[in-house]
Design a protein around this ligand. Structure first.
Ligand code: LLP
Length: 479
């Protein structure tokens, strides 16, 4: 049997009361709740109709208005998370710092604009993400372009836009040098800002698909090649090496790997200096985990930031180095908890003595994480929050694939077709990894705040699904 819903949870209310008690005890201790340690968005509450509200909006009413599946993003949680990251680095790091939002977690205009308005920069990994960040009004000074196989066109776009390029491999460097020789530069002129990404050789405990720091990784330069890399850059007048970057993985609950990373990355910076490079920035990546279920116990944003800042200060002290500008680039922990996905219950299949399948109107096309990483989520019946959780059911998606299961052995009250279920903590790597499998249109996303609701991503239509299809003339004649 796979993980059951939870031990001792009697109704959906308990997710809230647990959450609220946690909030109260932490605020008594004088600390703000760290959103990545919550299961529900910070504004979650239950109204007098026994229904779940997020951002002052009743979830069932949102589904009536916008349909389902529906991503519901809570602006207050996203802003609280962003400001906690920013404030924590300002508090614990005596030098300059910059938090970047890793937009691969959810790249769309509204999310990038909110992150930008909170003072965050943006980490992008494709021309599409660059375009989105720029269109959202983020200044290119604060856009950092990653990727292990950037195309020449993508690099050119990033250079001309004035973004910083995170060089991942020799092809990146050769392309950059070539573009420099051709006179390609940012509108403001001056050399292109380059950071060097390397694999730090640090392993962490997370799903193998999202481990990145180990030497056997497709990302970044081998640490043994750094001498050649810095020597190459030092000979390119069009390039300015501003610093070094390393990222160790995602959904990490331990603090030690980030503590260890500080020394490795500061050593790399010292090496860059030995080639006369004016490198003054280090980027320690992202990776802080979130609480998908009660079994998940991630450190708070404050503790994560304090660990990193303290370790970087100590490492610089050991190497007698002036404090570099410190960057980090969280994705999941910034946006994950701020969003829930609402679904409508449809058919049920009861296999006596074995399992009950409760199907919803979405699944692996809007949340591919359970089928890809065996991720476990929590689900709540949003229209009967105080009903006793009497049933153990498997919440299945609607796709033509047996593996399209959202949650195994979920604890829910008795549900009927038309009931509204909410899967929590779906802000990161859900919309951004969504597909049209089975020609299912991708859901809408709404932003909620103080009872106000705005569409931030429109629901796809059937016409949208055909937008890029072309029918050769001789086939259309058959119609
Ligand atoms: N920086 C770099 C260079 C990265 O590769 C990543 C994530 C991040 C920052 C942000 O990491 P975060 O703070 O979100 O952990 N699709 C997978 C996660 C892939 C992560 C890829 N890189 C999932 O759904 O779990």
């Amino acid at each position: 049997m796979v993980l059951t819903q939870s031990i001792g949870v009697e109704s959906g209310l308990q997710y809230l009361s647990e959450s609220k008690e946690a909030l109260q005890s932490r605020s008594v201790a004088g600390r703000k709740p760290s959103p990545n340690q919550e299961i529900l968005p910070l504004t979650a509450s239950v109204n007098s109709r026994d229904r779940l509200e997020i951002g002052g909006c009743e979830v069932t009413a949102l589904v009536e208005q916008f349909g389902s599946p529906l991503y519901i993003l809570d602006e207050e949680t996203l802003r609280a998370t962003s400001s906690q990251y920013r404030d924590a680095f300002e508090k614990y790091y005596p030098g300059e710092s910059q938090v970047l939002y890793a937009s691969k977690a959810w790249s769309c205009l509204a999310v990038c604009a909110i992150a930008g308005s909170e003072g965050l920069g943006i980490d992008v990994v494709s021309a599409g993400e660059i375009h989105t960040a720029l269109q959202a009004g983020v200044h290119p000074d604060k856009i950092y372009f990653h990727g292990n196989n950037k195309s020449r066109e993508e690099i050119q776009l990033a250079v001309e836009s004035g973004c910083t390029i995170v060089a991942d491999n020799w092809l990146d460097l050769e392309t950059l040098a070539e573009l420099g020789k051709l006179g390609v530069s940012s509108k403001t002129g001056g050399p292109t800002r380059v950071m060097v990404r390397f694999t730090p050789g640090i392993e962490c405990h997370t799903h193998e698909y999202i481990q990145t720091g180990q030497i056997d990784s497709k990302f970044g330069f081998d640490p043994n090649s750094l001498d050649r890399v810095f020597s190459f850059i030092s000979q390119q007048p069009s390039l300015c090496c501003v610093g070094v970057h390393a990222h160790i993985g995602s959904q990490i609950f331990e603090l030690q790997p980030h503590d260890d990373l500080a020394e490795v990355i500061v050593q790399a910076l010292t090496k860059a200096h030995s080639y006369g490079l004016p490198a003054t920035e280090i980027n320690i990546g992202g990776g802080l985990g979130i609480r998908y279920t009660e079994a998940d116990d991630p450190p708070s944003i404050q503790d994560w930031a304090r660990t990193i800042c303290t370790a970087v200060v100590a490492a610089c002290d050991r190497h007698k180095l002036a404090l570099p500008k410190l960057l980090c680039e969280p994705g999941r922990s910034l946006v994950g908890t701020a969003c829930v996905t609402a679904y409508t219950v449809g058919s049920q299949k009861v296999i006596p003595g074995m399992r009950t399948y409760l199907s919803v109107d979405g699944g692996m096309s809007d949340n591919p994480r359970p089928i890809t990483y065996q991720s476990v989520y929590r689900v709540i019946a949003a229209n009967q929050m105080s009903a006793t959780l009497t049933e153990t059911v498997t919440v299945a998606g609607k796709h033509c694939e047996s593996g399209d299961i959202l949650i195994k052995d979920a604890k829910l009250p008795k549900c009927q077709p038309g009931d509204i279920l909410v899967v929590t903590a779906t802000g990161a790597y859900n919309y951004s990894m969504a597909s049209n499998y089975n020609r299912v249109p991708r859901p809408a996303a709404v932003l909620v705040r103080n009872g106000e609701v705005n569409t931030i991503v429109q629901r796809e239509t059937y016409q949208d699904l055909l937008r890029f299809d072309r029918l050769p003339e001789r086939l259309s004649a058959q119609k």
